[in-house]
Design a protein around this ligand. Sequence first.
Ligand SMILES: [Zn+2]
Ligand SMILES: [Zn+2]
Length: 266
Amino acid sequence: MAHFMCRTCGTEHADSLQPPGLCRICSDERQYVGWQGQAWTTHEELAATHRNRLEMDQDLFGIGIAPAFAIPQRALHLPEARLLWETTALVTDEAVAEIKRRGGVERIAISHPHFYSAMVRWSEALGGVPIFVHENDRLWVSRPSRWLEFWRGDTLDLGRGATLLRCPGHFPGSSVLHWRDGPKGRSLLLAGDSLHVAQDRRHVSFMYSVPNHIPAKPEHVRETQARLRGLAFDDVYGFTWGLNIIGGGRAAVDASFERYFSMVSR
Ligand SMILES: [Zn+2]
Ligand SMILES: [Zn+2]
């Protein structure tokens, strides 16, 4: 028995004797099956050839994978919020020890299914901590676990200045994390793929599919705009290393809503 892991998205699956037929996440129109066909690995195999990339991303400590594997998201540690935002496909003792050295975590929150990766393995490695996943995306969970906490509604106050906000358009349960009390007195918006930070790092866009270039429906973007209205934040952290808007985050997001609607509306 093994927890087979999709090589394209890094999602770990429930224990099985044989690899599943297709990865549900990659066979969905928001993702893609690898050009050589569906391929699987295991955490054990991955750990033999890869390590966790552990370094600061601007003001937050990040955890990624080196060399690159699957979707290149990086997790972020929010020590005062007792939270790990997103996870990766690889969990090493070195990464767990470093998170604990930096104050540890009491919970994990994940923006959407593309970053489910090895979230259950991460929870267990951190001592068994709840993993907050939106109820609307429950059907995308490939490895069930008692640590999963399915939250409902549009906002969830996690305390310590951290709030989850559902911002649909990418997935029905896609969420961002607002952290009012970030380092250096800054407030942060951790965007996942709900607000996709553009390469100019001065704008965001709103995508149903990032790799397949399908824009989000305007009605969903309007809902996201309404949900974020009145929320202050200095910086926007995108899904991967360095893809961040540092300073003027609120104004950049407002300008991006305007730009999006000017392009998609008649
Ligand atoms: Zn996959
Ligand atoms: Zn995504």
